[in-house]
Design a protein around this ligand. Structure first.
Ligand code: CAA
Length: 287
């Protein structure tokens, strides 16, 4: 099956980025969120990103116009009937994600593939919550989506080989490098990344160094492009906490237990870039 139209559910940080790269690759996109405000904000960010692509000669002005014309935004699940492939990118909670797929199911064609951009939740379990477990797959993009090359492609236990092939082909069509990873909590990316971020928060809590010191060590000593605390601010401290909880609860190993300082910051609403304050302050967002 040729994938012409991609449905993206969730117009936030990950969803708008996924829609952007799919449009840039020449696909039609239907972008769904719960309110007009959310979809409009997502569409504005996509338009800004595509304009930047023209500036940087990644696409032509004509390509940009075509991409913008290929975007449909909606708050109606029924509009996803047009989609050949749906990628969900909503809050990192099992019930919310499963609820999205249950809502979409009656509107989407039986052959339409469902994918989740979850960063840690079991694909097997999400697939089992739908009527199409063989046509369900994990497709895990990285933030910022237009820049990061990797997509983890995660088959659940029930996923058909053709579904995996279609997911790999779609990721490749968007200029990404798909890497197939089995369905274990946190896959590879967050199984490795989150313990590092969590340990950096413990270092901060215990006064081993201040935030800048910790980040400088990892940037200058390990050549990481961002320090772990800067990166946590980019990802969102709430997202990091949710992922650590999934790792902790599903692998039943205390080494994944979230640092109390991380929990406290999330309770305070200090979530990183998106709220203007995390381990650092972001004046632009505050203003
Ligand atoms: N959103 C969109 N685009 C961004 C961006 C953002 N937040 N930050 C930077 N960019 C773009 C810039 O606009 C620039 O694009 P152009 O080519 O159009 O100029 C490009 O990225 C490079 O940016 P800069 O030159 O300003 O900065 P840089 O070279 O320092 O790179 C970075 C910025 C790409 C974010 C780099 O610091 C980096 O790779 N950081 C690590 C990011 C990372 O690890 N992401 C994965 C997080 S984990 C995840 O997403 C999955 C999960 O499950 C939690």
């Amino acid at each position: 099956m040729e994938i012409k139209t991609v449905g993206v559910v969730g117009a936030g940080q990950m969803g708008h980025g996924i829609a952007h790269v799919m449009l840039r690759a020449g696909h039609k996109v239907v972008l769904l969120d719960t309110t007009e405000n959310f979809v409009d904000a997502g569409a504005k960010r996509i338009a800004k990103g595509l304009a930047r692509d023209v500036e940087k000669a990644r696409i032509t002005a004509e390509g940009c116009e075509q991409a913008l014309a290929s975007l449909k935004t909606t708050t109606e699940a029924a509009d996803l009937a047009a989609a050949d492939f749906v990628i969900e990118a909503v809050t990192e909670k099992f019930n919310v994600k499963a609820g999205v797929f249950r809502t979409l199911e009656p509107h989407c064609r039986p052959e339409t593939i469902f994918a989740s951009n979850t960063s840690s939740i079991s694909i097997t379990r999400l697939a089992a919550a739908t009527q199409r477990p063989t046509k369900f797959v994990g497709l895990h993009f990285f933030n910022p989506v237009p820049v990061m090359k990797l997509v983890e492609v995660v088959p659940g236990l029930q996923t058909a080989p053709e579904t995996v092939e279609q997911a790999i082909a779609l990721a490749a069509s968007a200029g990404k490098t798909p890497v197939r990873v089995n369905d274990f909590p946190g896959f590879v990316s967050n199984r490795v990344l989150m313990p590092m971020i969590n340990e950096a928060v413990f270092c901060l809590m215990e006064g081993v160094a201040d935030a800048q010191g910790i980040d400088s060590v990892m940037k200058l000593g390990m050549n990481h492009p961002m320090g772990p605390l800067e990166l946590a601010d980019l990802i969102g401290l709430d997202v990091c906490l949710d992922i650590l909880k999934v790792l902790y609860e599903s692998l039943r190993d205390p080494k994944y237990g979230p640092c109390p300082l991380l929990e406290k910051m999330v309770a305070a609403g200090w979530l990183g870039h998106k709220t203007g304050r995390g381990f650092y302050e972001y004046a632009e967002k505050k203003a």
